[in-house]
Unconditional design. Structure first.
Lengths: 70, 396
């Protein structure tokens, strides 16, 4: 589990990384309802929703270090 | 003065028309909603299209713009434009021959890359997805953040793409990544063919309005062999991709798809089966249809002008942007008027018992927004017109 750096909620990074199903190529396809993630300055950050991620993208300095990173 | 084709081009057009007349099958026909990607998961249709492409190739018509040294005719791009127009005129899938990806590989790829990819791309044995847009903004392509770092014979990619159509079925992603952070942003970009089956690639579906499915793609320490760096040399990606977009430009327009649908709509309005005669007697509706006819002819002129300029190697971003704006916004106006004309019937989906014109108005109406964003948002295209056409200063 990790923390969403924007809202502070606990989220399951394993579920965000999936897979729920697989693409034709075999690539894992995740289930969007578990959340999403974002690569920023060499680190991945996990979010419960697109809106949290958008807030992060708008001002990352405000949130970097607030949640657990992977 | 007639802005027509040359005698050689007309002869080629005649050959294509003859071929299409002989080889057209009802199962190959697609509706207007196909312009925006609807129906692409139809496997029976895909199989019929593949067989049609093989026949086109055997007839010597598929490789018109393909380089001579690679077994093609090496003719100017206007021939491929004519081929696609004729296919579209008959409701056939027009995206055949040179694609954005194959054009760049043919021009800038290593010999090994040409060998590995070109034939498969032509035959559509390989499905591609385009890794351009990123979450911080697709409009500022040069500002992309996906990074590629060299490690031995591989590049290690980290980052994220968004609005990646076909990521669910693609074999490879045409992926732009930053390979040098210490130079001007346009100069530090490279293109990679990223194998979508490689570990570290994750696809997340984004369901959008209409029948449009797109995706986010996460690249998490994805190792890409150096042989899949386009051209074999890093930091050339921006210029290689500009070439790709120039090739793509010639196909902007979809004029014949819209013309076919518009003619069907006018024919439908004349039938009076649903009381449309009374509607047609209304000046407002007649004006709308008249406006659409003018808009359609404007689209034809813009698309032909754009194709002519590309063919003459006088690529005009301004004209291409105008054609893109006009084409996609015409699609919106067209389907809006049809919804108005059909009244409550317009909202019925394909397959509904009372759906008119096979429900094309409904699916087309919902599909118009993605066409306005895709391939460079229309707002960005208007900015191009303002800068390159009117000479206004660059926006911040």
């Amino acid at each position: 589990m990790v923390k969403d750096p924007v809202c502070g909620n606990d989220i399951d990074d394993e579920k965000i990384d999936g897979p729920a199903t697989h693409a034709n190529s075999g690539a894992p396809v995740t289930d969007p309802k578990f959340g999403t993630k974002r690569y920023h300055e060499g680190e991945w950050y996990y979010f419960c929703s697109m809106s949290c991620r958008q807030r992060f993208i708008a001002s990352p300095a405000r949130y970097v270090g607030a949640g657990e990173e992977k | 003065m007639d802005f027509g084709f040359s005698s050689d081009e007309l002869e080629f057009q005649r050959r294509v028309r003859e071929f299409v007349a002989e080889n057209m099958r009802p199962e190959l026909e697609t509706g207007i909603s196909y312009v925006a990607g609807a129906g692409e998961d139809d496997r029976a249709l895909a199989a019929a299209q593949a067989a049609f492409r093989q026949r086109l190739d055997r007839a010597g018509l598929l490789r018109v713009a393909w380089p001579k040294e690679l077994g093609g005719e090496g003719l100017p791009p206007i021939y491929e434009y004519i081929l696609r127009q004729e296919l579209e005129r008959n409701g056939l899938e027009p995206r055949v021959g040179m694609s954005l990806t194959s054009a760049v590989i043919a021009e800038c790829g290593t010999e090994a890359q040409k060998e590995e990819f070109l034939e498969k791309l032509l035959n559509k044995e390989l499905q591609m997805c385009a890794g351009f847009s990123e979450p911080r903004g697709g409009s500022d392509l040069a500002g992309l953040e996906t990074r590629a770092v060299r490690e031995g014979n591989d590049w290690v990619l980290n980052g994220q793409k968004i609005y990646t159509t076909y990521a669910d079925c693609a074999d490879f992603m045409w992926c732009l990544a930053r390979t040098d952070k210490n130079v001007a942003k346009h100069d530090g970009i490279s293109i990679f063919m990223v194998d979508m089956s490689h570990p570290g690639v994750t696809v997340r579906p984004l369901h959008t309005m209409g029948s449009y499915l797109t995706h986010e793609v996460f690249l998490d320490d994805v190792r890409v062999p150096n042989r899949h760096l386009i051209g074999g040399e890093p930091n050339k990606g921006w210029y290689q991709n500009t070439l790709a977009l120039d090739v793509e430009r010639i196909n902007i327009g979809s004029y014949f798809s819209y013309k076919r649908f518009f003619e069907e709509v006018v024919a439908f309005a004349r039938t009076d089966e649903f009381g449309t005669k009374a509607i047609l007697a209304e000046p407002a509706m007649r004006l709308r249809l008249g406006e659409l006819a003018v808009d359609l002819e404007t689209l034809r002129q813009l698309a032909n002008r754009n194709a002519y300029l590309v063919n003459e190697n006088q690529v005009s971003s301004m004209v291409a942007s105008m054609a893109k704006i006009w084409s996609t916004e015409f699609y919106y106006r067209l389907t809006s008027v049809v919804m108005q004309l059909m009244g409550p019937f317009g909202q019925l989906q394909k397959g509904s018992k009372w759906a008119l014109l096979d429900g094309e108005a409904e699916v087309g109406y919902r599909n118009t927004p993605p066409t306005r964003f895709g391939g460079g948002a229309n707002e960005v295209q208007r900015d191009v017109v303002a800068r390159r056409g009117l000479g206004l200063p660059r926006s911040r």
